[in-house]
Design a protein. Structure first.
Length: 277
């Protein structure tokens, strides 16, 4: 019976070859396989040096190492937006389910870092485009594309306060956020109404807990109106491409500085509220 480490390594072909790859995210994820750990870095394009073909497709390179090396930070760190020449082996191709990313069949196991700052005009052109600032305007506010997280972000004045707003990209898009932008525009038309519903909901679910959090038991209980006032205006709003909302409020020090998180569905119904952080 194979160990988890062996199963992981068997998922890559035996052939070793060199590629030049443009890595956008040097550290994106990691996983454990028995005594083995792998660190994943993401890329949007690479050149297969066997053929010289430049392949523009999302993929990942995976660096294997021992658990102790990972814990002690003893491994090679790829830089964001770096171009590298690597010796790799490609993952064995497999059938992917409908919810699996195509990049799962575009994975490469790193055997050696051959060169840093590798020269490759095709990838340098892609990097120049990838790092070019992309700005859109929604509701009179500017939003800057954050490619790493797949959203546009900006600061918008909402109900008298400065609110950090993130608009998720449309599914299968790297630049467009039409659905989340439309949802945000509609939301701004009735934000005051939704804010009132949210605060009523939070009072019903969290007022008792707020009074239990009081440092001094002799202090008068927080009233419903005081609770709402302490929440203030929203401080962060995340609009998903499907229309769901994640909204964060301050706590006015009712809960030791923890933010109040509220989840809202596409019909502006409050799904849940809870402390965050």
């Amino acid at each position: 019976m194979m160990t988890k480490e062996q199963e992981y390594l068997e998922g890559f072909e035996k052939e070793e070859f060199e590629i030049i790859v443009y890595i956008t995210t040097g550290w994106g994820a990691g996983g454990y396989y028995g005594d083995l750990c792998e660190v994943t870095s993401y890329f949007p394009a690479m050149v297969d040096l066997r053929s010289g073909e430049c392949i523009v497709a999302d993929g990942r390179v995976e660096t294997p190492l021992g658990r102790e090396d990972y814990k002690n930070d003893q491994y090679y760190h790829f830089a964001d937006n770096g171009i590298y020449r690597l010796l790799v082996s490609k993952c064995v191709q497999r059938m992917l389910g409908p919810d699996m990313l195509a990049s799962m069949n575009n994975r490469y196991l790193v055997k050696k870092v051959v060169a840093e700052n590798a020269s490759c005009p095709e990838l340098e052109a892609i990097r120049a485009e990838y790092t070019r600032p992309i700005v859109i305007e929604v509701c009179g506010a500017e939003f800057l594309l954050n490619r790493r997280y797949g959203w546009y972000e900006g600061t918008v004045g909402i109900l008298g306060g400065a609110c950090k707003v993130s608009l998720y990209l449309d599914s299968n898009s790297k630049m467009k956020a039409k659905r989340s932008s439309a949802r945000f525009e509609a939301l701004m038309q009735n934000m005051e109404e939704l804010d009132g519903k949210i605060k009523e909901h939070c009072v019903g679910r969290m007022l008792k807990a707020a009074n239990e959090w009081k440092e001094n038991e002799d202090d008068p209980d927080i009233t419903a109106d005081q609770f709402k006032e302490n929440m203030g205006a929203p401080i962060e709003l995340i609009v998903q491409s499907g229309g769901k909302l994640e909204i964060y409020y301050g706590d006015g020090d009712m809960f030791g500085g923890h933010a109040i998180f509220v989840n809202v569905n596409t019909r502006n119904e409050i799904v849940r509220c809870e402390l965050a952080g």
